[in-house]
Design a protein around this ligand. Structure first.
Ligand SMILES: Cc1cc2nc3c(=O)[nH]c(=O)nc-3n(C[C@H](O)[C@H](O)[C@H](O)COP(=O)(O)OP(=O)(O)OC[C@H]3O[C@@H](n4cnc5c(N)ncnc54)[C@H](O)[C@@H]3O)c2cc1C
Length: 411
């Protein structure tokens, strides 16, 4: 391989207190919480809508925020964005949750589909009303590092390459690409053969008409159908790395051609594929190796540095507290991760990366950045007690009450 040295004069834009790289649910929450703490915030998004996988990725489904006994566990901005996504949308809430948290114990969980398109629009409206500056079609290409300090973010856009100086930056790219380039250690994920789009059919429309719920008009045409545990992964296929350009292309093109073969004779006047994901539906692209690692074995264990309690979307009762160290790395004074990029492995990565916890870590990242800046300390030294208080004031459950642990201590 040959290489060249490239030098270039960059236009330098105005400085922001906080730059959030990536406008998925985690980035939106980080931007909003930074702004609500008085920071001037710039949100950079390479696509043309907000929401990331939860909207353009067609993953418009909230896994439960509850413990499987009728109590919300994940609070704060995750609840706020859940409500926002449902405010004008169809939903598939179970009966016990239709009017909010049920008054009685129930095994029904609070999961629901929602309109991804409307959620993207609602997020934009909310963030703009609260004063976040949003730049779409802005590909973050590199952080400008001075040792472990990020002095700014370089973007590529229609008007060329620009540098935005910043006091702090959040990596909400879903694949930790900013922190990797900054020199933070990272680990790549492995992904199964999964790919789906969204179709509408006359049969679906009939069901929608009969029930009055437009959600039933849609179905999900598939390429690969492997689930997150690898069930239905074709035997001959190796898992896909999430951050290798050739492998991601192979994943995309194999899946799209596979979907084409399966769908070409099913579509026509009675059925149409109207949406394909605009983001690779790779569950685990890359995470930082932060000061703490969330493994998924920590259920029913309190963490002194908890930034919030989360639940397990598959196991009723299982409660976890997420340590602050999953978002930061020693030696990097003003960079902080959230969402899919947070430091987690194995089952822990699956539990932490889904939409409600991604919002929670986003909210924590924006709040922590604001506190660190106001105390003039590196983000790793952000005052955790104060962070917990700020988050708790918005409804985040920092520590789960021990009364929520089943008597036999098993989930
Ligand atoms: C197949 C699949 C099924 C899933 N099912 C569910 C489910 O049912 N329920 C659930 O709750 N969760 C589910 N998840 C997980 C969930 O969707 C995501 O983990 C969550 O939405 C992650 O949010 P995020 O903001 O961290 O990342 P993302 O949604 O990936 O957002 C990252 C954003 O950063 C932008 N970006 C990336 N790089 C750059 C760059 N260089 N410059 C500028 N912008 C950039 C992207 O365009 C994107 O908007 C699923 C995921 C997959 C892949």
């Amino acid at each position: 391989m040959t290489s060249i040295l490239w030098q270039e004069k960059l236009r330098v834009e105005e400085k922001y207190d906080l730059i959030v790289c990536g406008g998925g649910v985690a980035g939106a929450a980080a931007a909003l919480s930074g702004r609500r703490h008085g920071l001037r915030v710039l949100l950079l998004e390479k696509q043309c809508i907000l929401g990331g996988l939860a909207t353009g990725g067609l993953v418009n489904y909230w896994v439960p925020l509850c413990n499987g006994r009728g109590k919300y566990v994940i609070g704060g901005m995750a609840r706020e964005l859940l409500n926002l996504s449902l405010a004008h949308s169809f939903n598939t809430l179970r009966p016990d949750w239709l009017h909010g948290e049920p008054r009685h114990e129930t095994e029904q969980r609070s999961d629901t589909w929602f309109s991804g398109g409307l959620f993207a629009l609602s997020l934009l409206k909310l963030l703009k009303e609260e004063g976040v500056t949003i730049l779409y079609d802005a590909l973050v290409s590199s952080p400008v590092m001075e040792g472990g300090h990020c002095a700014g973010i370089i973007i590529d856009g229609k008007s060329g390459r620009r540098l935005y100086p910043c006091a702090a930056a959040v990596d909400a790219t879903g694949d930790a690409s900013v922190m990797k380039q900054a020199g933070v250690p990272v680990t790549d994920g492995e992904n199964y053969f999964t790919y789906y789009g969204e179709a509408v059919s006359l049969n679906g429309c009939r069901a929608a008409l009969e029930t009055g719920n437009v959600f039933l008009a849609y179905d999900h045409p598939r390429g690969g159908s492997a689930d997150l545990h690898g069930r239905e992964q074709p035997e001959h296929k190796a898992p896909y790395a999430g951050c290798d350009m050739e492998i991601v292309n192979q994943y995309l093109q194999e899946n799209q051609l596979f979907m084409y073969e399966k769908e070409k004779d099913r579509c026509g006047m009675g059925r149409n594929i109207h949406a394909l994901p605009t983001i690779p539906q790779l569950r685990t692209a890359r995470h930082i190796d932060g000061n703490a690692v969330f493994t998924g074995d920590e259920w029913f264990r309190h963490s002194e540095t908890s930034i919030g309690t989360i639940c397990d979307f598959e196991f009723r009762d299982r409660l976890y507290e997420v340590p602050y160290g999953t978002l930061v790395k020693d030696g990097f004074d003003n960079l902080i991760a959230c969402g899919r990029c947070a430091s987690a492995v194995g089952r822990g990565w699956d539990v932490l990366r889904v939409i409600p916890p991604a919002v929670l870590t986003g909210q924590a990242a924006g709040t922590a950045a604001a506190l660190a800046l106001s105390c003039r300390v590196p983000v790793v030294e952000a005052p955790v007690r104060q962070l917990q208080q700020e988050l708790a004031q918005t409804g985040v459950m920092i520590h789960y009450p021990d009364a929520m642990v089943p008597l036999n201590g098993q989930a």
